[in-house]
Design a protein around this ligand. Structure first.
Ligand code: DX5
Ligand code: ZN
Length: 229
């Protein structure tokens, strides 16, 4: 993974056909996805349950590019090695998921993955200040984590702009997750985000048997983001 601030579209397979993850991952990459975003939920940190490291390992061979694993689980530390061994390139943990996020980020890098730090909409951006030199990505949640298809929370745009200034020249990606559409993405792209996660806005209208709409949707999100730069 070489660092770049170019716009990257990361479809979330939370909106994919759960019975066809392998084919869905291949389809979104063929249709222009840059990264594949994988949402792991435990029914404890968030109210929804998805899947764990075994599913990540099973889909890994179907992803040519970056597998971006977003852990919405608590505790986190005891599962990091399993997700790294499953082939995650990026592992993001939530700042709110435990008392020792500094240790968690060290453990992610120690396991050989890029370290991501996700923050909920209610978490102030200043909370990441002393973590900036130990992360590769900060994920600003623009919905409350747990479900796809929610409305974008506009107050987070100012948070992204502040975060971009705090990051300065550090090679740290800003990822946006939740409610990303061609309508909302210009706001966060202009504020400095470079990794744009989108679930429902990518998968709507398509299927494994008819993947062309994925390509149309990805292109629309990318064009809207790039036009805002
Ligand atoms: C929400 C997940 C997101 C979700 C985004 O908890 O982290 O990745 O899939 O879905 P949309 O794009 O539909 O808001
Ligand atoms: Zn996510």
């Amino acid at each position: 993974m070489t660092f770049s601030r170019n716009i990257k579209i990361a479809p979330s397979i939370l909106s994919a056909d759960f019975a066809n993850f392998g084919a869905e991952c291949r389809a979104i990459e063929e249709q222009g996805a840059d990264w594949v975003h994988v949402d792991v939920m435990d029914g404890h940190f968030v109210p929804n349950i998805t899947f764990g490291p075994a599913t990540c390992a099973a889909i890994r061979p179907h992803i040519k590019g970056v597998m971006d694993v977003h852990l919405m689980i608590a505790p986190v530390d005891s599962y990091i090695d399993a997700f790294a061994q499953a082939g995650a390139d990026v592992i993001s943990a939530h700042l709110e998921a435990g008392p020792h996020i500094h240790r968690t980020l060290q453990a992610i890098r120690g396991a050989g993955a890029k370290a991501g730090l996700a923050i909920n909409p209610g978490t102030p951006v200043e909370a990441v200040e002393y973590l900036l030199d130990m992360v590769d990505l900060i994920c600003v949640m623009t919905v409350n984590p747990g479900f796809g298809g929610q409305k974008f929370i506009h107050s987070q745009v100012a948070k992204v702009a502040k975060l971009r200034a705090m990051i300065g020249d550090r090679p740290v990606h800003i990822e946006i997750d939740g409610g990303v559409t061609p309508e909302t993405v210009p706001l966060v792209a202009a504020a400095g985000a470079d990794v744009l996660v989108a679930g429902s806005a990518v998968f709507k209208g398509g299927s494994v048997g008819n993947p062309a709409p994925y390509g149309v949707n990805i292109a629309a999100i990318r064009a809207a983001a790039q036009d805002a730069l």
